[in-house]
Ligand binder design. Structure first.
Ligand SMILES: NC(=O)c1ccc[n+]([C@@H]2O[C@H](COP(=O)([O-])OP(=O)(O)OC[C@H]3O[C@@H](n4cnc5c(N)ncnc54)[C@H](O)[C@@H]3O)[C@@H](O)[C@H]2O)c1
Length: 279
């Protein structure tokens, strides 16, 4: 179903780790729609080598960058403009990592060095990407920057740990930078709040499997897949959405506005006797 809606557009896709990654699916979709891309990931993630398969398929170069390093980001934007032959039109920030989640450290006994790393990698990196792009004047007018987020920024999901703060901060950065970049260069910045998705980052969250099924049953349309998310991001990079900026856009099959679904009520009724429910 390609319509070439990104014909002539060029950009950077951060965060394709393996074929389950949202960034991986987005890279494939963007290229199918006529876009040209550079793929980037942290040097340590590139050691897996998986990304080279995607690069071949997408006819893309891979340029390493730790998204917390301003030096790496400057070099990435410089090389990307060289490789793609000019300023860019879109950026996908699909980056998230919490050392506390990874090490199984509970939210209430957090390790603060880890917490700061979570914020740097998962939130401030968006500011660093935007600030670098702006300083280098690397983005064309009407460019679109999309960062992926999760509804734990607005509501509490216990297993999400310090990533909740990271996502809340990142969404705020998208609004604030979107304001400044919009007035300065008509560049738009949005976050896409995605359903639980089975990926390396997703499955790292404790109780993910149960939660994935809960969200599936709660959402009128079911969970949005990584492919659905890729389609949505691709549309956000296109000129069809050129007046959308500073938004947090829920891409979750209706989860965010559902109080409870009938299916979940019925499951609950089956699991508990009326007395237990009353208690
Ligand atoms: N999977 C889900 O359930 C879900 C739901 C909503 C939002 N998201 C968000 O989607 C985004 C993509 O995650 P995913 O689910 O595709 O998982 P993923 O594990 O495939 O992608 C996360 C990526 O972040 C990269 N990364 C980590 N540290 C980095 C650094 N310092 N510099 C550059 N890159 C770095 C990793 O190498 C990896 O490629 C993340 O922001 C995640 O929080 C995921």
């Amino acid at each position: 179903m390609a319509h070439q809606i990104l014909q002539g557009k060029k950009g950077i896709i951060f965060g394709a780790l393996d074929e389950r990654s949202i960034a991986w699916k987005t890279a494939q979709r963007v290229v199918a729609e006529g876009g040209q891309i550079v793929l980037s990931n942290a040097p340590i993630a590139l050691r897996m080598g998986k990304i080279n398969e995607l690069a071949k398929e997408c006819n893309a170069q891979v340029i390493p960058a730790d998204a917390t390093s301003l030096t790496d980001l400057e070099s990435l934007f410089e090389k990307s403009m060289e490789v793609l032959g000019g300023k860019l039109d879109f950026v996908l920030h699909s980056i998230g990592m919490s050392p506390n989640v990874r090490k199984g450290i509970d939210y209430t006994s957090t390790n603060y060095d880890n917490f700061l790393k979570t914020l740097d990698i998962s939130a401030l990196s968006l500011h660093k990407v935007l600030q670098t792009a702006m300083k280098m004047d690397a983005l064309n007018e009407w460019s679109s920057v999309v960062a992926l987020t999760y509804i734990a920024a607005q509501r509490t999901f216990p297993g999400y740990n310090d990533m909740a703060e990271a996502k809340a901060l990142m969404e705020s950065i998208a609004r604030s930078f979107g304001y400044h970049y919009g007035f300065a260069k008509k560049v738009r910045v949005n976050t896409v709040s995605q359903s639980p998705t089975i990926t390396t980052a997703g499955s790292g969250v404790s109780g993910f499997d149960a939660f994935f099924h809960f969200a599936e049953k709660m959402s009128p349309l079911g969970n949005a897949s990584a492919e659905d998310c890729a389609n949505f991001c691709t549309m956000m990079f296109s000129d069809y959405t050129r007046m959308v900026t500073m938004q947090n856009l829920f891409h979750d099959g209706g989860f965010s506005y559902t109080g409870v679904s009938q299916g979940l009520i019925e499951d609950f009724q089956k699991a508990f006797t009326p007395t237990e429910v009353g208690n």
